[in-house]
Structures are given as structure tokens and as C-alpha cells.
Design a protein around this ligand. Structure first.
Ligand SMILES: C[S@@+](CC[C@H](N)C(=O)[O-])C[C@H]1O[C@@H](n2cnc3c(N)ncnc32)[C@H](O)[C@@H]1O
Length: 210
């Protein structure tokens, strides 16, 4: 009688855990490959008071800080990972702040205000009061990120990372003048999905050009 014993040896070509993790990381960090500013931010950038400083919060590769630099603003680029900002270090008009905004430490920009505050594709609700306070009188808030409904299509799916219906309007309406708001499915562009975005001005009564 012949017995056949079969067993499986791990394949030598199988990717290691480290390789899989680094591939996942690079997929997660594909936003770093996007260098074009968001059309929303580009559209409303002219509303940001000339020469005033601009904050790019959770800036990634600082594509929005770079846009405002070309428009003559000084910029603060803040992220927990500032490695992608190496090319900006040494520029007198750029302040780079490496800070984890969710680690329970105090808001790193206490008492500072900006002519423009840009937040794109980042949501951590406990920061909302700080974000509003950071917009100077007459300054502009440009906020754009994924919203509920996006979970049907792709990441992010976690409700903590998705704005609720009209949430940005509710956030600003008592303190800011809303210039423009949009919410819906954006099918084109490097990061398609269900998006919500707002442009709002802190104070003033004059209608802004849209
Ligand atoms: C999807 S990216 C968006 C980057 C940039 N705003 C853009 O639109 O290109 C999210 C960014 O938030 C940053 N981030 C995530 N959690 C953070 C935290 N706890 N503190 C600071 N930055 C954080 C990430 O490092 C990443 O750069």
C-alpha cells in the first residue's frame, strides 16, 4: 500500500508581512501623489485676503499651502507626518509644524489666526472649535472632505471620517457668512466620492464673488 502525505511549504515568493504592510501604507498614502490643488480651493483662493497668512491643516504634501505660496501668502503647513514637506523647509514664507492633532495635547496654534484656513480630506470633529477660532476676522474657511454615502463606494467608510448631511453648514452658520456650499457625488478627479465642501467668510456683509 502506498500512502501519500501532502503538506504545503510556504512559498518563497509569498510577500512578507512587512511587504504587505508597506503596500497597504502606500495605497493609503496615495494622496501624497496628488499634487494639483482641489478645484474648490483653487476656485475660492482669491477670496482669501491678500498677503494674509494661510493655514493648511493636515496638509499631506501641502498642495494647498503651495498654491497659496504662489499667490503671495505666507503659509503654515501642519501635519503629523512632515517628511513630504522637506522641499519646503528653508522657505522663509513657510512654517512647518509637525503635530499629532488627535493625541490629546493642546491645540498647537493657540491664539493664532489666519486669513485663510484650508482643511481638505481630514476630519476630526473635536478640532472644529479650534478651526473656526483660527479664521481671522474677514478671513476665509475652505473645508472639503468626504461625507456620508461615501461608504457605499470606497474608503473612508468609518462614520467618524464622514461628514453628516449638511454638517459644515451647521458648523459655521452662526458665526460665518456662507459663500458657497456643495454636497454630492463627485465622479471625476483623483479622489472621487461623496464630498461636502464649504467656503465661508468670518464676518462682513458684502457679497463675495463666486
Ligand atoms: C487624506 S490626507 C489629506 C492631505 C491634504 N489635506 C490634501 O488634501 O492633500 C490626510 C492627512 O491628514 C494627516 N493626519 C491624519 N491624522 C492626523 C493627526 N492625528 N494629526 C495630524 N495630521 C493627521 C495625514 O498625515 C495626512 O497627511
Amino acid at each position: 500500500m502506498v500512502y501519500t502525505i501532502s503538506f504545503t511549504l510556504p512559498s518563497l515568493t509569498e510577500p512578507s508581512k512587512e511587504m504587505v504592510k508597506s503596500e497597504e501604507n502606500s495605497k493609503l498614502r496615495r494622496y501624497l501623489q496628488i499634487t494639483e490643488p482641489s478645484p474648490w480651493v483653487r476656485r475660492f483662493a482669491p477670496l482669501v485676503p491678500e498677503n494674509g497668512p494661510v493655514l493648511d491643516l493636515a496638509c499631506g504634501n501641502a498642495r494647498h499651502a503651495r498654491l497659496f505660496l504662489t499667490r503671495g501668502h505666507s503659509v503654515v503647513a501642519l501635519d503629523r507626518d512632515v517628511e513630504p514637506l522637506d522641499g519646503l523647509a528653508g522657505d522663509a514664507d513657510v512654517e512647518i509644524i509637525g503635530a499629532d492633532l488627535e493625541d490629546g495635547r493642546p491645540w498647537p496654534l493657540e491664539g493664532r489666526t489666519f486669513a485663510g484656513v484650508v482643511v481638505v480630506n481630514y476630519l476630526y470633529r473635536p478640532l472644529f472649535p479650534h478651526i473656526l477660532d483660527a479664521v481671522a476676522e474677514g478671513g476665509v474657511l475652505l473645508y472639503e472632505t468626504f461625507a456620508r454615502g461615501n461608504e457605499k463606494y470606497r474608503r473612508p467608510r468609518n462614520p467618524d471620517h464622514l461628514l453628516m448631511d449638511g454638517e459644515l453648514i451647521d458648523l459655521v452658520k452662526d458665526r460665518f457668512r456662507i459663500v458657497c456650499f456643495e454636497q454630492g457625488l463627485v465622479e471625476k478627479g483623483p479622489l472621487p466620492g461623496v464630498i461636502q465642501r464649504i467656503c465661508a467668510v468670518n464676518g462682513g456683509t458684502e457679497p463675495s464673488p463666486i
